[in-house]
Design a protein around this ligand. Structure first.
Ligand code: F6R
Length: 252
């Protein structure tokens, strides 16, 4: 695991977006597909803006396959609070990705079909040869995807209960805490860790404490992001705010 600290979110986001854009461009030139794992939330918005800029400058997403990490449950895709809507507004509506190449967990699947649906979601990822680049945010609980504390390293894609802290953080997107879903479908830790390259982006002072807990402490299921410590090909990318409790590291 490598830690990269940038002076601000703008530079950190541009760095990650360029890494992703260069990867796609290289794959495009070989007429190969790129498989991306994508998060929602506040953190990746600037990365997506930058990817749109790369697209406007000529980068094609026609050979890009995407798998989103999670979706609230229950949640109808067309609702404004859904992660489907988020992805369309923040990225997909602005690039030439093919609709059939986009995968986002379906938050409207009937309860008795969730298990087989989640197994199929993982099978699809594997059928594409796994995820080439996984972008992650991190929750204040230490979650990646919606793998909340207690999630095992070999946990599968599944229906999970959201931590109260996570629901409070999601409140701004909803009218009232009562409307924030209590559950979500999330990619499991196991398949996330199988990605060939992982960027975890963490921005702002409110993430400083969780960064310290997850990356300067033992690996523990109580801090699911801490599993990333054990993996190569992981870059944890921070701005100054998120890194303020971390021992001195070289700035990029
Ligand atoms: C969202 C996701 C979550 C978020 C995390 C941080 O798809 O997987 O793990 O990345 O909750 O959210 P923000 O970026 O809003 O602080």
């Amino acid at each position: 695991m490598e830690l990269k600290i940038f002076p601000d979110g703008d530079k950190a986001s541009k760095y990650i977006a360029k890494e992703i854009a260069d990867f796609i461009s290289d794959k495009n030139s070989k007429k190969e597909r790129s498989v991306l794992g994508l998060p929602t939330g506040n953190t990746p918005i600037q990365v997506y803006e930058e990817l749109i800029r790369h697209h406007n400058e000529g980068l094609s997403f026609r050979n890009v396959i995407t798998f989103n990490l999670d979706e609230y449950y229950p949640m109808v895709a067309s609702r404004k609070e859904s992660y489907h809507t988020y992805m369309n507004i923040n990225l997909f509506n602005h690039i030439d990705i093919q609709k059939e190449n986009v995968h986002i967990p379906d938050g409207s699947i009937p309860g008795d079909m969730i298990k087989s649906y989640c197994d199929e979601y993982e099978e699809k990822i594997k059928a594409f040869g796994g995820i080439d680049i996984q972008l992650l945010g991190i929750g204040r609980t230490g979650h990646i995807g919606f793998n909340e504390p207690g999630s095992k390293k070999d946990s599968k894609t599944r229906l999970v209960e959201l931590d109260e802290k996570t629901r409070l953080d999601a409140l701004s997107g909803f009218r009232d805490l009562n409307f924030v879903p209590k559950k979500a479908i999330t990619m499991g830790i196991e398949i996330i860790l199988q990605a060939k390259k992982i960027f975890l982006l963490s921005l702002g002072k409110k993430k400083a404490e969780v960064m310290n807990k997850c990356f300067f402490n033992d690996v523990s299921s109580e801090r699911p992001a801490s599993y990333l410590q054990e993996k190569e090909n992981v870059e944890v990318v921070l701005d100054e705010g998120a890194s303020m409790l971390i021992p001195s590291y070289k700035m990029h």
